[in-house]
Design a protein around this ligand. Sequence first.
Ligand SMILES: [Zn+2]
Ligand SMILES: [Zn+2]
Length: 289
Amino acid sequence: MVSLHGGHSGEFCEHATGTLRAILDAAVAAELSAYGVTEHAPRSDSRFLYDSERAKGYDVERLGREFEAYSRESLRLQRQMRSSLEVVRGFETEAVPSSSYVESMLALRREHKFDYVVGSVHHVCDISIDESPRHFREAVAACNGLEPFMERYYRLVEEMIRGLRPEIVAHLDLPKLHAPQGADLCTPTVRRAAETAIEAAKSHNCILDLNTAGWRKGLPDPFPSPWLVRLAAEAGVPFCFGDDSHGASQVGYGLKRARQYLLGQDVDSITVLGLGQRGLERQQIPLTP
Ligand SMILES: [Zn+2]
Ligand SMILES: [Zn+2]
């Protein structure tokens, strides 16, 4: 078992708990063979601070400092723990401000020599869609309704993929987290936009994150939902597992169930990333019932 999206820690992320070391120790205890750490990229403009960060007096300088510290500590732990755990070192991108994030995310990757990148879209119309139901409603209103909002979201995912070429695309249907119960999130228009994003993932050789945080947050499915898993599988886009841990107790959460979930959608292999002699290596591993 390998998780390639997670390792957010209280040391470097306001909404996570505990140390990065504690998370990696939990990965060893859970007998994971490799663990991808992907702290959030710092947001560079104070209008993107979360309410919880503002309440604690965070500013963008602090986000920047903590990310620098994350970069150093993840490198140190990667070396120190080499004999017990393969730590694959990455970060999770932001797609704001929409006009300039591509350059800043590519620069972060280059400057800190990360092994890989998890590409995420957490904002639509530069408004957070996963921070709270209130923010979600604001983003939907800014798009003049749920269907245009969903269409816009998948267009942004497509643009993010083309701009950042991330190894992994995170939580593909994140908007369902705060969508109203019973809302139709796969109308023909939305589905076409999602298909275009999946085609972009295919043409840029991306892996989709089968992200168990959906279950952890009380949704009936992980990210992404079955219809998207099937679309991706039909398009030939592979999957990896991501526990999206924000603390040691969440390490490995739902991975066994995620395996059964993929098998239930006729996905019969999983892709893992590891560090070989010549850098990052991908391996496709069969899933057996
Ligand atoms: Zn987070
Ligand atoms: Zn995320």
